[in-house]
Design a protein around this ligand. Structure first.
Ligand SMILES: *Cc1c(COP(=O)(O)O)cnc(C)c1O
Ligand code: SF4
Length: 445
C-alpha cells in the first residue's frame, strides 16, 4: 500500500492483540480514521442486514483511508451503498430512526435477508451426509475424495468479507447455522468412508479457534489411516497474520502443523487472498514463512469481485506475490449469486478476459492457477476461454470437479454471452453430451 496511507500510527507487531470491531464501533472507527458522516451512516444502515466485523490490523495496515470509499480493502470489509437496493435502504433508514419501530425493523431486516438468496447452490440440501437416515451436522460430502468439515467453534472470521457467500451464517439466525461441536461424527463417518483422502476444515475460519481447540478437532483425524491430507480454509494470513507469528499460541499452531507432517500427511493451508496488499506487510510475509517452515503446503484462492479485484493487474500482482512467498496460486472463483451479488458480480466473459490477461504475465510456476471457476451444483466448472467457430462464439468449459466422477475433466461448450455471470445463465451448445446436459441442467434444489 502507499506509505502515506495509514492514518493511525502503525501498531507494534509483537504487541498486537486481537480486537474485533462490529456495528457498535462504527462511530469510533469513523472518528479514528476519518470517515464522512454520510459514509458512516451508510455503513451503519447496511450492517443492519449484512454482517460487519473488522479488526485493528485490517484498519491500520490494510485499508488505504486516503482512497475510501473506492479503496478495494474498504470495499471488501465495509458494507456500503449499492450492496442493497435503494428502496430497501430507504425503508431501513426510516425504521432505524424510529425507536417505536423495533419490531418492524427486525421484520424488514428478515425480509431483505430472505431476498438475498442466503443458501446458494443447494450446499445444505444436497451434500449433507446421513447415517441411517439422520443428517450429520457439520459435514458436507460432495466430491468422492473430499469431505468438508465445519468445526463448531470456527464459524466466525477475524474480519468479514462483504462478498462472503456464507454471510447468512454470520448474522445470527440460529437455523442458518450448521456446524459440529466435536469431531466424533466426522471420525465415525470417515471410518465408514475410506475413499475420503482429504478433509477440508472450513467455516467461517477455523483459525479463529485457539490452537488447543483446533488440536481437539484435528488430532483425531491422525487416527484415520485413509485420511492423507488435511486442508484448512482460512483468510487469517490476510486478516490476522499474527495468528501464526505473535499470538500467545502461534508457536503451538506451528507445532500442530509439524505433528501432522510428521504423521506422513499433508497439511495444506488454503489461504484466501483477494488483493496483493494483503501480502505486502512484514507480518503477513513472516506468517507465510513460518507456516512453510513447518512443512505445510500453502495454496491460494479467492473470488473475482467487482470493486475489489476486477482487473488483470491486481491478479497478476497477487499471483506473483503468492509465488514469491512460496505459496501456490490455485483457484480464481466466480462470485456466487448470494448477498449483495448485483454489486459484486462480474460477467463470465469479463472474468475470463481478466484471467487470461493476468495469466499471460505469469512465470510458469505461477500458472498453477485455474479459473474462472464456478463452484456450482454439478461441480467445479472452469471457463477455459472463448472460441470463434463457423457456428459462432462459444465459452469453452470443463468440469474440474464433479459429483459424478465420470464427468471430471470433460470439456463442453456454451454460447458466448457478454452478460451471463453463472452457469445457470448459459445456453449449452447443441452438441453437448447428454450426461453433461443432465448434470448441468439436472434437478435444481
Ligand atoms: C472445491 C471443493 C472441494 C475441493 O475441491 P478440489 O478441487 O479438490 O480443491 C471439496 N468440496 C467442495 C464442496 C468444494 O466446493
Ligand atoms: S474470510 Fe471467508 S468465510 Fe470469512 S467472511 Fe471472508 S469469505 Fe467469508
Amino acid at each position: 500500500m502507499s506509505p502515506l496511507a495509514p492514518a493511525a500510527a502503525p501498531i507494534a507487531l509483537e504487541a498486537a492483540r486481537f480486537r474485533a470491531y462490529g456495528p457498535r464501533h462504527i462511530d469510533e472507527i469513523a472518528q479514528r480514521y476519518g470517515m464522512s458522516g454520510d459514509m458512516r451512516d451508510t455503513v451503519r444502515l447496511i450492517s443492519e442486514v449484512l454482517p460487519f466485523r473488522v479488526n485493528e490490523y485490517v484498519l491500520d495496515q490494510l485499508v488505504d483511508w486516503a482512497a475510501i470509499p473506492e479503496d478495494p480493502i474498504f470495499r471488501m470489509v465495509f458494507p456500503q451503498r449499492g450492496m442493497l437496493p435503494e428502496d430497501d435502504i430507504g425503508r431501513l433508514a426510516k425504521l432505524v430512526d424510529d425507536p417505536s419501530a423495533k419490531r418492524e425493523l427486525r421484520a424488514e431486516v428478515r425480509r431483505i435477508r430472505a431476498g438475498l438468496n442466503p443458501h446458494p447452490s443447494g450446499q445444505k440440501q444436497l451434500n449433507v451426509p446421513t447415517v441411517e437416515g439422520t443428517e450429520i451436522p457439520g459435514l458436507q460430502h460432495k466430491y468422492r475424495e473430499t469431505v468438508l468439515y465445519f468445526p463448531g467453534q470456527g464459524q466466525t472470521c477475524h474480519s468479514y468479507c462483504t462478498y462472503c457467500f456464507r454471510w447468512a451464517q454470520f448474522v445470527g439466525d440460529a437455523d442458518l447455522r450448521f456446524a459440529s461441536p466435536t469431531p466424533d461424527p466426522l471420525i465415525g463417518y470417515l471410518g465408514e468412508h475410506p475413499e475420503v483422502s482429504d478433509v477440508l476444515v472450513t467455516g467461517g475460519d477455523p483459525m479463529v479457534m485457539t490452537t488447543e481447540r483446533l488440536r481437539r478437532h484435528l488430532e483425531p483425524l491422525l487416527e484415520i489411516e485413509t485420511v492423507r491430507t488435511i486442508r484448512i480454509g482460512t483468510k487469517s494470513v490476510a486478516y490476522w497474520p499474527h495468528r501464526f507469528v505473535s499470538d500467545p499460541d502461534a508457536d503451538d499452531t506451528l507445532r500442530l502443523f509439524e505433528q501432522i507432517v510428521a504423521s506422513g500427511r499433508n497439511i495444506a493451508v488454503m489461504a484466501h487472498f483477494s488483493h496483493p496488499r494483503e501480502l505486502g506487510t512484514d507480518v503477513a510475509r513472516r506468517a507465510l514463512a513460518r507456516i512453510r517452515g513447518t512443512g505445510a503446503l500453502v495454496y491460494c484462492q479467492a473470488p473475482l469481485v467487482a470493486h475489489v479485484n476486477d482487473d488483470a493487474r491486481t491478479w497478476s500482482e497477487l499471483w506473483r506475490a503468492e509465488l514469491a512467498a512460496g505459496a501456490v496460486p490455485y483457484y480464481l472463483f466466480v462470485e456466487r449469486d448470494t448477498g449483495p451479488y448485483e454489486y459484486f458480480k462480474v460477467p463470465l466473459a469479463k472474468a475470463s478476459a481478466i484471467y487470461r490477461s493476468a495469466y499471460r504475465t505469469l512465470p510458469g510456476l505461477a500458472r498453477t492457477v485455474r479459473g474462472p471457476v464456478m463452484s456450482a451444483t454439478p461441480g467445479k466448472v472452469v471457463v477455459d476461454g472463448v472460441t470463434e467457430t463457423a457456428q459462432g462464439r462459444f465459452f469453452e468449459l470443463r468440469l474440474l470437479q464433479a459429483r459424478d466422477p465420470q464427468l471430471i475433466g470433460r470439456p463442453f461448450r456454451a454460447h458466448y454471452s457478454t452478460t451471463a455471470a453463472w452457469l445457470d445463465d448459459l445456453r449449452l451448445a447443441p452438441d453437448t453430451p447428454a450426461d453433461i446436459v443432465a448434470a448441468v441442467r439436472g434437478p435444481q434444489p
